[in-house]
Design a protein around this ligand. Structure first.
Ligand code: ATP
Length: 386
């Protein structure tokens, strides 16, 4: 997004996390908004708090910002305990969904606001404001008022205003929620690039899994006031530990399989409704008793389908019950005996779009890369096991 970059702001030692939460919890009356929660955000990285409405992500952000005091636990920013510091002492940059620009000030005055409050001298204020406007690609709009800008431009002004003071951390609370899809995607890339260039530790609150996957170094998936899983986007997407994480981060086929036995490399499982075939193996897992039910997640992009007539005899069969064309992919819905819900499989479109060779009613063979089926930790619900 930029050719000029302000100096890297992280003066912390490499080992010191940019943000550390230690056993932070918060209740509002009888509502437990946040159970004791601990995680580290490495300095200079972007961490997304992702989860459904009410999961506690805004409460976590507000505790980091100093707008709420935790009931217990500590908040360390660049190694310093800030738990009881008021917001202004924490030196944080913040951007919210509604921009909160001052309508009666120009773009330049909005950006310069924090510097004026900090009594930075006039020449330096002008220089830093100009440099920030260059970085967010708005130098030509310095004299406009917020209402004369598009939503994306207003959000860039908000970013510039929060970064110009060289804060110790950046907090983003659903910053792109008000923008339409295309602009949101563009801004995701822009913010990500800017964050990397400046090297500022950033906490992003979002309920949009694509946004979290696109923008983050690390995703913390939350539900009901607790962390379900934390890791890099590929880790939580490709190695979800629970059904909730697997389904919240995109589409997932959840299969209640039967454990056929333990093998040296892992567990041999059979698909629902299949008591004869050899089944398939999931690796890296603790032993489970033969005959028990185990939940497995397979992403639609890992499920391969081909006409049954062309497949080897051993592969499990399914029948196409629906098909839609979605631009870059064909999306198939498939069924087979013993399944509670249809399976979803994606087929990438590589050449010119033609008729799919797999119409509704076609029998197909199913396969997937060994290793792309993930054993989940959840106990199956009774109807899944039935
Ligand atoms: P959303 O995406 O809807 O903002 P969230 O994941 O950010 O949700 P929080 O705002 O952190 O969730 O809320 C967590 C829980 O705490 C919810 O049940 C919410 O109703 C409750 N809560 C949050 N703030 C307060 C408050 N000031 N008083 C009472 N309950 C609150």
């Amino acid at each position: 997004m930029t050719t000029q970059t302000p100096k890297a702001q992280s003066s912390v030692t490499a080992s010191e996390p940019g943000l550390r939460l230690r056993g932070v919890s918060k209740s509002f009356g009888s509502v437990v908004a946040l159970q004791p929660t601990s995680f580290d955000v490495p300095a200079g990285t972007l961490c997304a708090l992702l989860g459904p409405s009410g999961c506690g992500k805004t409460t976590t952000l507000r505790i980091v910002a100093g707008f709420e005091l935790p009931d217990e636990g500590q908040v360390l920013i660049r190694g310093e305990d800030r738990t009881y510091d008021p917001p202004q002492r924490r030196r944080l940059g913040m951007v919210f969904q509604n921009y909160s620009l001052f309508p009666h000030m120009t773009v330049a005055q909005n950006v310069a606001f924090g510097l004026r409050m900090a009594r930075v001298n006039r020449a330096e204020t002008e220089a830093r404001t100009r440099r920030m406007l260059d970085i967010v690609h708005l130098p030509q709009h310095a004299d406009r008022f917020p209402h004369q800008l598009s939503g994306g431009q207003q959000q860039r002004v908000a970013l510039a205003r929060s970064l110009v003071t060289e804060p110790s951390m950046l907090l983003l609370d659903e910053p792109l929620g008000a923008l339409d899809k295309n602009l949101r995607e563009q801004m995701q890339f822009e913010i990500r690039q800017l964050q990397r260039e400046i090297g500022i530790t950033t906490l992003l609150v979002t309920h949009d899994q694509e946004e979290a996957l696109t923008m983050s170094d690390m995703i913390v998936v939350m539900d009901k006031g607790r962390i379900l899983q934390a890791g890099s986007p590929t880790e939580v997407y490709e190695h979800p530990r629970t059904r909730f994480v697997s389904e919240f981060l995109g589409t997932s086929n959840i299969l209640a399989c039967t454990v056929a036995g333990t093998e040296s490399g892992g567990l041999r499982l059979r698909l629902p409704g299949d008591d004869r075939s050899r089944g398939f193996v999931v690796t890296d897992t603790a032993p489970r008793p033969a005959g028990s039910t185990a939940l497995v997640a397979i992403r639609p992009e890992h499920l391969r389908i081909e006409p049954a007539a062309e497949a080897s005899i051993g592969e499990p069969r399914a029948v196409v019950v629906g098909h839609v064309f979605r631009g870059a992919t064909h999306v198939f819905r498939l069924t087979r005996p013993g399944l509670e819900r249809p399976l979803i499989a994606y087929r990438q479109i590589t050449g010119p779009v033609g008729e799919t060779a797999l119409p509704v009613g076609a029998e197909v063979a199913l396969s997937w890369e060994p290793g792309s089926a993930r054993l989940l930790e959840d106990e199956p619900l009774r109807e899944e096991a039935a």
